[in-house]
Every structure is written in C-alpha cells, then in structure tokens.
Design a protein. Structure first.
Length: 127
C-alpha cells in the first residue's frame, strides 16, 4: 500500500474582497487552488461603530490543502501577496492534516509520481 504524502491545511483569513489575492499568490507558488468561505470578525479590534450601532466586518476564509514540503514556499507567497505583515490585513495559520480524501486527481498524480498541472491526464481515468 502506497503511503500518502503529508498534507497541510493553510488557513488564511482576510478582509472581504482580498481572498483572490490569497488564491492567486498560492497558485503562483505551487498550490492547486483553494476554497473560499465567508465569515465575520468578532475580536475586540474588529468591532466598529457607525451611528452608535456595532458593525462586525465581513471576512473571507481561504482553505488551501498543500503538500507539506511546499507549505513554507506557499505561506511565504501568501504573506507577501496579501501583505499579511501589515497590521489589520489578516491572519494565516497552518494545520497538519492526518488524512485527506476527495482530491482524487492529486492523489492519482502522487501514485504516478509526477506533479499535477494543466496538462496532467490522470483524472481522465475517472470518466
């Protein structure tokens, strides 16, 4: 039985409208894409008042599953592209994953020992 390569989940939380920068930066660094969901901030620095009404800013959360050996390179690209070292631009953290299922096209590429890219035909076997 082939051992799956280790995967990490990069979680990036940014202001609404900034997720595309996160995804494009990660793809340029070697990620295959990401999943964007919407949320809202509830931290002490998140609350703003407009006419005495508390407003909680909307956030975009980007989940990116990557090979563990590519994590540092992709994180560096996201931090630079999304300007995460600038105050109030967002937060990024990495969670090691013990199991990943459902990314069949990527796992098939690993079994055939090559990188998945636009020309890869590994997923055509599923049709």
């Amino acid at each position: 039985m082939k051992m799956e390569s280790k995967k990490d989940l990069i979680v990036t939380i940014v202001k609404r409208g900034r997720s595309e920068v996160v995804v494009s930066s990660s793809v340029e660094a070697g990620a295959t894409g990401g999943t964007i969901i919407f949320g809202r901030g509830t931290g002490i620095h998140e609350r703003q008042k407009i006419l005495g009404i508390s407003v909680e800013p909307e956030k975009e959360i980007v989940f990116t599953v990557v090979d563990a050996e590519a994590t540092d390179r992709i994180v560096d690209a996201i931090v630079k592209g999304a300007e995460l070292e600038t105050p109030c631009m967002g937060i990024l953290f990495v969670i090691p994953l013990s199991q990943v299922k459902g990314i069949v096209h990527l796992l098939q590429c690993e079994e055939k020992e090559h990188e998945h890219d636009e020309e890869c035909e590994c997923h055509e076997d599923e049709e």
